[in-house]
Design a binder for this molecule. Structure first.
Ligand code: IPE
Ligand code: IPE
Ligand code: MG
Length: 249
């Protein structure tokens, strides 16, 4: 039986977030430059998206460039920005045809203008699509997002739009880049690193974590299905006890 057939389609995570890590090591292991690895990483994005389309996943958020990644060598940063522009340009038609809706989280205004333009066009072209939501986290950091949220709420309080004692979880959620996106149920990180690296800190409060040693350019459809199967074998208790969960299901 193929691994896809083992997945219970009534219990797939609606939202999967992925920290796509290991491109550099993958390339260096083969004596290539880190950028070679980033290029190959695009192939995995393509494949994982197609795989997600075969399940009931509705949102796929991919961490593609963190705010901290600006600290990499200039040559790598430039190469990554170039790759981003080229990839969006090349893929948008195909993505549109397969009904994918493209959006972003992160500080898009801080990206080179050409990137911003491609992303804007991709968003406009695909915004009415009803298939998988592909969310690219670019120039994203959770602390940046939360700091902005705090600032915006403070402005609302200062201007008398809301009272400080009215602030609740929903006030904060509505100021996040992900305000219209449900929290991810499953967070995947590749390359054997066990950390979150400033990604969706608020939103992963109750996410299931799946870590794999596979480097991102080697991560393929079957790896995504394995992660979903692993997710389906877990019991999500949300602070309750096992017996309560069994009774509800
Ligand atoms: C992830 O791969 C891609 C980005 C962060 C842009 P890395 O480039 O971090 O690869 P490693 O972790 O150095 O192997
Ligand atoms: C996290 O990977 C960011 C992305 C995948 C875009 P990094 O490789 O930048 O994270 P650290 O530096 O190992 O924590
Ligand atoms: Mg890395």
């Amino acid at each position: 039986m193929s691994i896809l057939k083992k997945i219970d389609l009534n219990n797939t995570p609606k939202h999967i977030a992925i920290i796509m890590d290991g491109n550099g090591r993958w390339a260096q292991q083969q004596g290539h430059s880190r950028l070679f690895g980033h290029n190959f990483g695009v192939e995995s994005v393509r494949e994982v998206l197609k795989a997600a389309q075969k399940t009931n996943v509705e949102y796929l958020t991919l961490y593609a460039f963190s705010t901290e990644n600006w600290n990499r060598p200039q040559e790598e940063v430039d190469g990554l920005m170039d790759l981003l522009v080229r990839t969006i340009g090349n893929e948008v038609e195909e993505l549109h045809k397969s009904n994918v809706k493209i959006s972003t989280i992160g500080n898009i205004l801080g990206l080179p203008e050409s990137c911003g333009k491609e992303l804007h066009e991709a968003h406009e072209k695909t915004k009415k699509n009803t298939g998988v939501n592909l969310i690219l986290a670019l120039n994203y950091s959770s602390r940046w997002e939360l700091t902005n949220a705090a600032k915006n709420i403070a402005i609302k309080v200062e201007s008398g739009k809301i009272n400080a004692d009215e602030i609740d979880e929903h006030t904060i959620i509505s100021e996040l880049n992900t305000s219209n996106i449900p929290d991810p149920e499953l967070l995947i990180r590749t390359s054997g690193e066990y950390r979150v690296s400033n990604f969706l800190l608020w939103q992963i409060a109750y996410a299931e974590f799946y870590f794999t040693d596979v480097l991102w350019p080697d991560f393929k459809a079957s790896d995504l299905y394995k992660a979903i199967l692993d997710y389906q074998s877990r019991e999500r208790r949300f602070g309750m006890v096992s017996e309560q969960i069994e009774k509800d299901s």
